[in-house]
Design a protein around this ligand. Sequence first.
Ligand code: ADP
Ligand code: MG
Length: 210
Amino acid sequence: MQTEFIIKAAEAIHHAINVNESEIESLDREIGDGDHFINLKRGCSSVLDIKEKISVLSAEEALNHIGLKLLSTVGGASGPLLASFFIAYSQSEKENNLDPVNQTSKSFTSGVEAIKKRGKASTGEKTMLDVLIPVSILLNKLANENKDPLEIIPLIKEVALKGVLSTRDMIATKGRAANLGERAIGHVDPGAKSCQIMIETVCDLILNNK
Ligand code: ADP
Ligand code: MG
């Protein structure tokens, strides 16, 4: 991965989060405390604040800086979880040197594993992991099949969206929504939605860069 692409992705994610402000905010108001959009916006701004600094770094160092910045600036449950994703992703980029698809799959999976560990959660608990785990499973499968990125991207976008919708009928067992019991049923998880938006944004950026 190139640092230039990471910066472009950060800018595109910042834009996409802003475009989806009202949806993200209202989802967290329904089953959380309403601050998920603010947390994400703060995270995006803090990453863009260090744009110049990271532009001269290797991709893995840039990703590590992003993770540490998120850890120190974003509150809520989502801040440290997303931070751990980037720190683990960076570590995997440093330790492996695979072809782009297999490398992305390996690093993304390391990032997701770090979130699972930090949040002590898995699928079916009405969290961001209901998007991230299915995406990492599919990515691994397609990478093993040596699929072309152009074939992979639409399938990833589809599974991410399916993951978001799957949270609607779940009872939450992690995070603030866990206090709501059955009252959380019928509402999509805000962290699942924001992760799907971020994944879709990066997928579209890859397609447009082709
Ligand atoms: P907070 O819940 O502290 O207000 P945010 O609103 O920023 O923080 O983030 C809420 C999102 O974080 C939830 O929608 C959910 O997707 C995710 N989340 C919360 N707890 C966990 C956990 N233990 N594991 C994975 N994701 C979690
Ligand atoms: Mg919240």
